[in-house]
Write a protein that binds this ligand. Structure first.
Ligand code: FAD
Length: 467
């Protein structure tokens, strides 16, 4: 039986991060990857979705040209085939870039193409071969959830795995599931001229839990395409397409985009052979700060553990996993990063630190600052839509989280998550410089609203020099 020091299962963002570190130490490893190379992020995730959104944003901008004194926008047309070609060209560029710096440079015996599964706590089987690993990193990612009966829709059923392959966009699409992925793709399709209907089982979108942020997002998205929240949609295959039914009516569409979430790839990798208990979802107990599975020399990183299925966390977990795999049996706990999430919609959505749903409302001050008519720069840009919902701890007076629905939220969410990571108080954040006229002034206003609830008028007054 072949024996190696390290086995890495999965050549995605998390597995490749681990690979990079292991290669610095030794040649005694094997990486096993089932399916495509080039990572989910570059191939069917972050990058093609952002390429599609960017085209959609450009085309959508024409709707505001008239108010800026620019005429002729009604002559503009979208060439959907060209849009999709551009998306795929970027996808190819990014996936080639990933591979050329990683898997393409491995020796033939260091890379196996195939789906692996555990045959014992430290052995995996792939393509009929058994390999023993002293330390094993599981980084097999996730895949879109598709209910079994929906498979019968054939090519009328799309997920994020298929959508970027389309030569032409369908005329009418039902987006089922308005989490971040569904909302980003749904809005992009709508802006590219597709007739979109959105359906979401919960009463919120993009995973928001702040009532005001959630309301603001629903309000803005509903202006672009109809959304039906709070109940499951029923699908029925028809001669012409798919009939989607909710209590308020039925809608016929040409295709359905299933964006119901992603399932971690744990179900076919023989975790039952690890010899540890699995929960009702088939997940073994693992430590979020060490990535170690039970007390085994096995580590689980990235989307596969379903903790925070986003790119920078997949990379971070890959680093924790590989550090502990190298040092095993010594295993160190690493602090997790401040939570940070973004939806590249318009307005953008950002959340950081504790979510509204996680707050102890007795101990927390919550403020909502509405951009409408309250921020000069947003007004002149025609983008005065959104709300900044911020949360501060009453005792420590530190900013602990927030949910934003506003233009360019991606940048503010970063800055504010850094402030949370640094345990900044509201007063210390108010002491920072704020330029004029910028959207950051809206953050300053929201921060000032928090300060009014947390500090005495004298403490706030002391921020400004006496006149
Ligand atoms: C449409 C979309 C948009 C997204 N947008 C963003 C975004 O804007 N920002 C962000 O941060 N994140 C985004 N994400 C999430 C991000 O892409 C993932 O969090 C990240 O790619 C996960 O990396 P990973 O290494 O865990 O998994 P992957 O990159 O999926 O790698 C897992 C690898 O393991 C392989 N594998 C599976 N089973 C086996 C097996 N049994 N044996 C061997 N190999 C196996 C798979 O084929 C795959 O190659 C998006 C995702 C999607 C789908």
């Amino acid at each position: 039986m072949r024996k190696v020091k390290y086995i890495i299962l999965g050549a995605g963002s998390s597995g490749l991060t681990a690979l990079g570190q292991i290669r610095r130490e030794t040649d005694d490893f094997v990486m096993i990857n089932g399916g495509y190379f080039g990572t989910t992020c570059a191939r069917v995730g972050c990058m093609p979705s952002k390429a599609l959104i960017h085209c959609a944003e450009h085309y959508h901008a024409r709707k505001h040209f008239y108010e800026f004194g620019i005429h002729g926008a009604d002559q503009l047309r979208i060439d959907d085939a060209a849009v999709m070609r551009r998306v795929r060209a970027f996808r190819d560029r990014f996936t080639k870039g990933v591979q050329s710096g990683s898997t393409d440079t491995l020796k033939p015996d260091q890379l196996i193409k195939g789906y692996a599964h555990f045959s014992g706590p430290n052995t995996v089987e792939v393509n009929g071969q058994t390999i023993e690993g002293e330390r094993i990193i599981i980084a097999t990612g996730s895949r879109p959830v598709v209910p079994e009966p929906w498979q019968a829709l054939g090519d009328k059923l799309l997920t994020s795995d298929e959508i970027f392959e389309l030569e032409h966009l369908p005329k009418r699409v039902a987006v089922i599931g308005l989490g971040i992925i569904g909302l980003e793709l749904g809005q992009a399709l709508s802006r590219l001229g597709v007739e979109v209907y959105g359906f979401e089982m919960t009463n919120t979108m993009a995973g928001l839990s702040s009532p005001s942020a959630s309301k603001e997002l629903v309000k803005n998205i509903s202006k672009e395409f109809p959304v039906y929240l709070g109940e499951p949609a029923e699908l029925e295959d028809t001669d012409k397409g798919v009939k989607v039914t909710v209590s308020s009516g039925s809608f016929e569409v040409d295709a359905v985009l299933a964006s119901l979430g992603r399932r971690p790839n744990i179900d076919q990798i023989g975790l039952e052979n690890l010899g540890v208990a699995l929960d009702d979802k088939g997940m073994p107990a693992f430590d979020l700060e060490t990535m170690q599975v039970a007390d085994l020399p096995v580590f689980i990183a990235g989307d596969v553990n379903a903790f925070r299925p986003i790119l920078h966390e997949a990379g971070h977990e890959g680093k924790i996993a590989v550090t502990n795999a190298k040092n095993y049996p010594k295993v160190d706990a690493f602090a997790r990063m401040t939570p940070l999430g973004i939806a590249f919609t318009d307005p953008q959505v950002g959340f950081f630190g504790q979510s509204y749903a996680e707050l102890d409302l007795e101990q927390t001050v919550v403020v909502d600052f509405h951009l409408e008519r309250n921020n000069g720069r947003a007004i002149v840009m025609g983008e005065d839509k959104g709300v900044i919902s911020l949360f501060a701890d009453k005792q420590s007076k530190q900013l602990i989280g927030g949910e934003l629905v506003m233009p360019h939220a991606e940048h503010f969410t970063h800055l504010l998550s850094w402030a949370v990571a640094q345990k900044q108080t509201v007063l210390s954040l108010l002491k920072m410089p704020y330029y004029h006229p910028v959207l950051e002034e809206a953050i300053e206003s929201a921060m000032a609203d928090l300060a009014k609830e947390l500090y005495t008028p004298e403490a706030i007054q002391a921020l400004t020099p006496a006149s």
